[in-house]
Structures are given as structure tokens and as C-alpha cells.
Design a protein around this ligand. Structure first.
Ligand code: UDP
Length: 379
């Protein structure tokens, strides 16, 4: 068969791109090395509950265009993420807000909270935070940093907070009102029926081959000779360094081990979808109780503990580690990528970026638009 695009990776980026170009008359073939579609947003029903098999995904965006786009594929519920953090026998609301501060210092007003934070950082004289530790301290002071950030972050990333980029902590809102909503975005929710159904709809009738890597696909395809499939272009959403055979060295990633447990006849295990464990010596970072994303009333429950892990070749690369060294190496891979004729690189792994789902969608829509513009200009 002759296809306009070979899409490597059936995750969110690949599916959005494929849907867009196919709707505008282009043909695609999608391949994925996993045995299922939907990449890391893959959900699977267990005990009547949608289980997020590769970590919890909560959809949130400030972009009305992205919200309207995703809403074509699913109805979203009104879930609002309000995680709690456990530190020893203390429990705090997240993100950092007046509920957190009030519990931490037994105070009531924003002025009191601001005064305590200011007094805790007065002698640090941080003007421009150089790393995550300085960023966190300058935002929330020493107590919150020590109890709710330092341990969690160091086990999540496997590094000292002084050796991590500041932007990671800026993902979390900080506010001086009593508001536990983890996100600032006006649009938020969980898709009824799970994320896999969304990707299924995006893919529609586009052919998909699962359980095959790009390399094996190319080899098998070449072996078919005359009968081989052909493509004008490739969209590659795997790891960019792997694509180039790590010729400039390895980019670093952080992995996670998910330990899932089905608790029969336990209607409500932890009372919240997300509970973070912020102490360094608790080996997992959080426990997800999936039913609470959907206000589930099933008699059983499913929980997942997340154990951050060092990444080595062959492991799942969940998080790019966007520090200066890795970003500089990525830039060099990007130079190679630009020279690669007829190959596009997209997604968290193809673009080595700590992307949220809404940013993935926006980037895929933009790439598709750009592609189609070029295609139509060239014709
Ligand atoms: N973080 C923290 N304490 C928490 C939750 C998060 O210090 O209880 C920090 C940590 O450095 C983490 C970052 O905030 O890597 C971003 O957290 P987010 O929940 O956005 O991470 P994700 O859901 O992408 O894993």
C-alpha cells in the first residue's frame, strides 16, 4: 500500500495528527511498539473502573480551542483535582494555598501566611532562583519546602533539588486563597469512558499495527520487496535519541514503576483520587485511587502506587529531564532531525519536552496545519 504518512506511535500526538491529516484527505498507517493504542494515556476498565495504566492523567487547559477540540471525542465530567499530601502523620491540602498554610502554621489570613514565608526566606536573598530549591524556597518558605517539596521532588527525580531546573516547581499553583484546585486552568475534567476511547475515535478507520517497533517495521517492510508499504513522510513520536541510535549520547529520562492493587470489597480506600507521600523515606511518590476520578460507587477499588525509577535503555521513558545539559544535547539532536528528509518529530519523546496533554494536542494540531499548508502549497 502507498500511504502519505507513517505515524510511529499511537499516543495522543500521533492520533491527533493522524486524525487531522486523514480528515483532509491524506492516508496514514499507524504503528506502535506496545500492544495497545493510546500511549501513556491508555486506560483500561477493571471492576467497572477506568484505570490509568501509565499514571493518572487529568485533562486541563486554558485554551478554549483545545478544549473544544478534545470535547468532540468525549464528554468530560466535572472532576477537579485536589490532591492531599501526607507527611508523616500530618496531612495537607495541595497545591500550596491558604488551607496548606493554615494547617502548617495555625494561621487564618493571607497576610499572616505571607509574613511567615517572608521571615523564612529573609536571609536567603534570592533574587533570581537558579534551581528548584531556590525557586521553591523563594515561593513558599522553608517549612513548606522541607515538608512538602524536598522529599517528594528528590525521590521523583532522583536528584538533589539544587540540581534540578526551577520550572518544574512552577507547574504547581501557589495562591493565598482557600482553593484546593491543583490547576489554574478554566477547563478541567476526566473523559467519561476513559482516554483509550478518545484515541480510538481519533484513529477511526486508520490502519494500525501494534506490537512492532519502528526498526522492526522498517526491516519487515523492506523484506516484503515489491509488496512493501511506502510512505511520503514519517511522523516519529518515539525517543529522538533512539531514532538516531544514540549517536550523540543518551538523553536522560525518569521512569516510574506502577504497582497496581485491586482491593475487593473496599469501597473507598483513601477518600481521594490522588494522595502524595512527600517524605523521602516512603518509596512511592503517590497513590492513585482511580474510581474517584469518576465519582465511582463500585463495591471494589483499584489503587496504584507510583515508584519513581532510574531510566536505562529498554525501560519506559516517562519524563524527560529538561536540565541544561540534556536540553543542549537535545538541541544537537534537533539539528540532525532538521536534516532528516521527510521525517517529523513530535510529542514528549520526539521533542524531549515535559508536555501536558493540552500542549501535546496544540503542538500536534499546529504541526498538522503546517503540514497541510505545505502540502497544499506544493500541489
Ligand atoms: N511536587 C512536590 N510535592 C508534591 C507534588 C509535586 O514537590 O506533593 C513537585 C515535584 O517536584 C514534581 C513537580 O512538583 O516533580 C510537578 O508535579 P506534578 O504534579 O505537576 O507532576 P506530574 O503529575 O507531571 O508527575
Amino acid at each position: 500500500m502507498k500511504f502519505d504518512y507513517l505515524i510511529v506511535g499511537a499516543g495522543l500526538f500521533g492520533a491527533v495528527f493522524a486524525n487531522e491529516v486523514q480528515r483532509r484527505g491524506k492516508s496514514c498507517l499507524i504503528i506502535d511498539r506496545r500492544k495497545h493504542i493510546a500511549g501513556n494515556i491508555y486506560t483500561e476498565e477493571e471492576k467497572g473502573i477506568q484505570v490509568h495504566k501509565y499514571g493518572a492523567h487529568i485533562f486541563h487547559t486554558s485554551d478554549k480551542r483545545v478544549w473544544d477540540y478534545i470535547s468532540q471525542f468525549a464528554e468530560f465530567n466535572h472532576y477537579i483535582n485536589s490532591p492531599v499530601a501526607v507527611y508523616g502523620d500530618e496531612l495537607y491540602n495541595l497545591p500550596f494555598n491558604m488551607n496548606t498554610f493554615s494547617k502548617m502554621w495555625n494561621i487564618k489570613t493571607p497576610a499572616e501566611a505571607k509574613a511567615i514565608i517572608a521571615s523564612q526566606i529573609a536571609d536567603l536573598h534570592i533574587t533570581e532562583p537558579k534551581n528548584l530549591e531556590e525557586q521553591a524556597l523563594s515561593l513558599v518558605g522553608r517549612d513548606v519546602y522541607e515538608k512538602l517539596i524536598k522529599g517528594y521532588t528528590e525521590k521523583q527525580w532522583g536528584r538533589d533539588c539544587k540540581d534540578l531546573p526551577a520550572f518544574i516547581i512552577k507547574r504547581l499553583p501557589l495562591r493565598f486563597v482557600y482553593d484546593n484546585n491543583y490547576f489554574n486552568d478554566p477547563y478541567q475534567g476526566i473523559p467519561k469512558g476513559g482516554y483509550t476511547a478518545i484515541v480510538e475515535k481519533m484513529i477511526g478507520n486508520i490502519p494500525v499495527q501494534l506490537g512492532i517497533s519502528y526498526r522492526d517495521f522498517l526491516a519487515e517492510n523492506a523484506a516484503k520487496g515489491e509488496a512493501a508499504d511506502s510512505f511520503d513522510k514519517v511522523l516519529y513520536t518515539g525517543m529522538i535519541d533512539e531514532y538516531f541510535d544514540y549517536c550523540l549520547g543518551e538523553l536522560q529520562y525518569r521512569s516510574v514503576r506502577f504497582e497496581e492493587e485491586v482491593l475487593e470489597d473496599c469501597e473507598n480506600y483513601q477518600g481521594n483520587a490522588v494522595v502524595n507521600y512527600t517524605e523521602r523515606n516512603v518509596p512511592y511518590t503517590r497513590i492513585i485511587e482511580h474510581k474517584h476520578f469518576e465519582f465511582g460507587k463500585q463495591k471494589d477499588t483499584v489503587i496504584t502506587r507510583e515508584y519513581p525509577a532510574t531510566w536505562k535503555r529498554g525501560d519506559e521513558p516517562y519524563y524527560p529531564i529538561n536540565d541544561e545539559t540534556n536540553n543542549a544535547l537535545y538541541e544537537r539532536y534537533l539539528e540532525l532531525a532538521k536534516k532528516e528528509q521527510n521525517v517529523l518529530f513530535g510529542g514528549r519523546l520526539g521533542q524531549y519536552r515535559y508536555y501536558d496533554m493540552d500542549k501535546v494536542i496544540l503542538a500536534a494540531l499546529t504541526m498538522a496545519e503546517e503540514e497541510l499548508k505545505n502540502v497544499f502549497q506544493n500541489n
